[in-house]
Design a protein around this ligand. Structure first.
Ligand SMILES: Cc1ncc(COP(=O)(O)O)c(C=O)c1O
Length: 387
């Protein structure tokens, strides 16, 4: 069976060009870039070249680029690092952030910081005026993600940045889902801190960046060495870093062309779903949604059952629910958009990538409606409705 991968927001396969570029660093180029001898010194330029490549993509100075272990660490560093430097204060964030931001903020609240969580409309988008109203003299950070991982909703980061600039408050954006897919130049977005990760753009897992604008007050989370100008200690993941640099350049070279193609595929997919199924809802406003993502809520069926049935057909997707300790919790993002719990639990996320083809989408359009019909017939949700 040919398998179809439609979970690119979760992760992507490493491109062969990226893997080839990384391999010498898992072999003969094994030196520690901090070592003064030739083994270390032959590796160091590659570290700096990757830093430059990523900085160029962000329109940043290479000195702004701090390598981390991925998006989660970058988010934690942005939120906690600014809080640690400020020692006390108020943070503004949104109800739709990735848990890496969300839980970092709630952890700080337990330690005595204050937080305001900005709501979203039914389109999953934050209103910049709400951010403006939430600011206080003691606000130390605003953190608003660029593209939501569950719905693909693009947030108005530029508008928010004109508000934070006027107030003199640093702005962080989690751009893990947008980097390499949308323009993410830090000056154009007006952000002071930006989190990105390689594995969403066909690079390796376990490597990310926090871009930090010069002058931003931030403490390191990980100390104990002088790496990354003392902002993030630990011997560098050089293979990962080189792979991230390569993936960045490759992604940019094809970005516009790939996402124009995916926008057409998304339209084909959504039209096909709406034509073959009743009571299905595509979440978000198409004009404000990044084209690779389709968040689909299906009435009277559980997301997990659809996911498993699709998996048996070789189609990999994810649900809109976080499955914790055996109980299905509806996604905080969908609930924040005003969706009823039961419909939120019937949500699937299809996320396409550079290799997704029209034939794959057509195949899903063929196998998915019968799955929904079959599950609806068996569903206690349908039966209780009928009673
Ligand atoms: C928006 C967003 N932020 C942060 C992360 C975490 O990144 P990582 O998996 O590199 O730790 C993800 C990954 O799913 C994400 O989608």
């Amino acid at each position: 069976m040919n398998r179809i991968y439609l979970d690119h927001n979760a992760t992507t396969p490493v491109r062969p060009e990226v893997r080839d570029r990384m391999l010498p660093f898992l072999g003969e180029l094994f030196g520690n870039p901090s070592s003064a001898h030739s083994f270390g010194q032959e590796v160091k330029p590659h570290l700096e070249e990757a830093r430059q490549r990523i900085a160029d993509q962000l329109g940043a100075n290479p000195a702004q680029i701090v390598f981390t272990s991925g998006g989660t660490e970058s988010d934690n560093m942005a939120v906690k690092g600014v809080a640690f430097a400020a020692e006390k204060g108020h943070i503004v964030t949104t109800v739709i952030e990735h848990p890496a931001v969300m839980q970092a903020v709630s952890w700080l609240v337990k330690k005595g910081f204050e937080a305001t969580y900005i709501p979203v409309g039914s389109d999953g988008v934050v209103n910049p005026d709400d951010v403006k109203r939430a600011l206080r003299p003691e606000t130390i950070l605003v953190s608003v993600m660029h593209v939501n991982n569950e719905t693909g909703a693009i947030q108005p980061v530029e508008e928010i940045s004109s508000i934070t600039k006027e107030a003199g408050v640093p702005l962080h954006t989690d751009a893990v889902q947008s980097f390499g897919k949308l323009p993410t130049r830090v000056d154009d977005l007006g952000v002071d801190l930006m989190s990105i990760a390689a594995h969403k753009i066909y690079g390796p897992k376990g490597i990310g960046v926090l871009s930090i604008r010069k002058g931003t007050r931030i403490d390191p989370l990980i100390i104990g060495g002088a790496q990354e100008k003392r902002r993030r200690s630990g011997t560098e993941n050089i293979a990962g870093i080189v792979g991230f640099g390569e993936a960045t350049v490759l992604a940019e070279a094809e970005r516009e062309q790939v996402y124009a193609r995916l926008a057409a595929l998304r339209r084909r997919f959504v039209t096909g779903l709406e034509a073959s199924l009743t009571e299905v809802y595509v979440n978000g406003d198409a004009a404000r949604t990044f084209p690779s993502t389709v968040s689909l809520s299906v009435s009277h069926v559980e997301g997990e059952s659809m996911l498993l049935s699709l998996d048996m057909e070789g189609v990999a997707v994810s649900t809109g629910s976080a499955c914790s300790s055996g109980s299905l919790e509806p996604s905080h993002v969908l609930v924040a958009m005003g969706m009823e719990t039961v419909l939120a639990q019937g949500t699937l996320r299809f996320s396409m990538g550079r290799g997704t083809t029209e034939a794959e989408i057509d195949h899903v359009l063929e196998v998915f409606p019968p799955i929904v019909e079959r599950l609806r017939k068996m569903s206690p949700l349908t039966r209780s409705q009928a009673c």
